[in-house]
Design a protein around this ligand. Structure first.
Ligand SMILES: [Zn+2]
Length: 201
């Protein structure tokens, strides 16, 4: 367990020292990023040899926060997406309607995630934000589209309405959702695909 003592805006975090793998590579004890120096690029944790780190570093977001943020965004996007798909489908057909729905969701993600705050409305409500997993930088639009597109592409299997399609979406979606519980950096499959991590404020 980690002990944390607040001293003004600074917090003193005492954890195990950096993880050193057999290859000699060193990893941040806080967020799992591979580090070259004694300061982690991603979360800013200063790693000292005395097995103590002193910083106001953010932590990786826990699983429930991530699920909460996703639920909020899904609920917010549901009606607008539904309306756009119905209207555009009525005009130019289902393929056009589906593309329009995807464009709306992609635009929402880029609008909120490819910015310094790195937060969707869902992220804001649960105090989490998204960053590049190796540099700690704000995501580029391409990175946001890669991250969101991964989910969008497997979700498309669902619109066929077939048992097989729905099963594929369910299975991949479940693995994607549970993946953070089984890796050190708490990344979903779509995080791995886009090279991103979710941090807590
Ligand atoms: Zn770190």
């Amino acid at each position: 367990m980690r002990k944390q003592r607040r001293t003004g805006s600074m917090s003193v975090v005492v954890t195990k020292g950096p993880r050193v793998e057999q290859t000699g590579e060193m990893y941040c004890p806080h967020c799992g990023t591979q580090v070259q120096s004694n300061r982690c690029n991603v979360c800013g944790t200063v790693i000292t040899t005395s097995n103590e780190e002193v910083s106001g570093a953010p932590e990786l977001s826990g699983w429930w926060r991530r699920v909460g943020a996703t639920l909020v965004d899904d609920i917010l996007l549901f009606i607008p997406t539904y309306v756009v798909i119905m209207v555009v489908t009525a005009i130019i057909g289902l393929v056009g309607g589906t593309i329009a729905g995807l464009l709306l969701q992609g635009a929402y993600m880029v609008r909120f995630l490819a910015r310094p705050a790195g937060q969707t409305i869902g992220n804001r409500l649960v105090d989490t934000y998204v960053r590049d997993a190796t540099t700690g930088q704000v995501l580029t639009s391409q990175q946001v589209l890669r991250r969101w597109g991964f989910v969008a592409v497997y979700s498309l299997f669902g619109i066929t309405g077939s048992m097989v399609g729905t099963s594929i979406v369910g299975a991949i979606g479940l693995v994607d959702c549970l993946y953070p519980l089984f890796n050190a950096r708490k990344q979903t499959l779509h995080d791995k695909f886009a090279g991103t991590i979710v941090l807590r404020k």
